[in-house]
Design a protein around this ligand. Structure first.
Ligand code: SF4
Ligand code: SF4
Length: 164
């Protein structure tokens, strides 16, 4: 799939960032530089990023119990390294728009195409954005598990109870 990115439009100013109040967009692996467990653990320890997961596998007959991925924390999930709660206001939302420069925003946010009216915005060709992000992270599950253990300073991954 060709990835297209969209800049905010005048509609985004009018709507007041409805999307950012519902669920943060996914940060994709290629946006983490260098892509390492240490880098991600440092991000988690800022309290502004969380590892979330898709329940079950994202590929047919894949066999994973869950698939972890990285996203901004929500206001209520701030400082929660592994946060499975659904939805919430993104920690990077400012007074009326994102505090991050557009180039630094998660790909899951950049891919969202503003529609003609709030609530009519979508990622073209992607039915389930969360699943799309989890698919990108699927090859990096061990790295995310290690990042969680480093961030928690623990030998037990908080996601272990969900199975691999
Ligand atoms: S992408 Fe859509 S929901 Fe998000 S700020 Fe723009 S108009 Fe609002
Ligand atoms: S990172 Fe920015 S654009 Fe993305 S959900 Fe958060 S506030 Fe919105």
């Amino acid at each position: 799939m060709t990835i297209r990115r969209y800049k905010p439009t005048e509609m985004c100013e009018v709507c007041g960032s409805k999307c950012c109040k519902e669920i943060p967009g996914t940060l994709y692996p290629e946006q983490v530089r260098p892509l390492s467990a240490t880098t991600i653990a440092e991000m988690l320890r800022t309290g502004q990023w969380s590892i979330d997961c898709w329940e079950g596998d994202v590929i047919p007959d894949g066999g994973l119990g869950h698939v972890k991925y990285l996203r901004p924390a929500t206001m209520t999930g701030r400082n929660t390294h592994f946060d499975r709660s659904w939805g919430g206001v993104c920690v990077f939302l400012g007074h009326n728009s994102c505090k991050l420069p557009w180039d630094n925003r998660p790909l899951g946010c950049q891919m969202l195409k503003p529609g003609p009216a709030p609530g009519m915005c979508c990622i073209p060709g992607v039915e389930e954005p969360k699943k799309h992000g989890a698919l990108a992270w699927r090859p990096h599950q061990a790295l995310l598990r290690e990042a969680l253990m480093i961030a928690e300073d623990s030998e037990i991954c908080p996601a272990c109870e969900l199975g691999e």
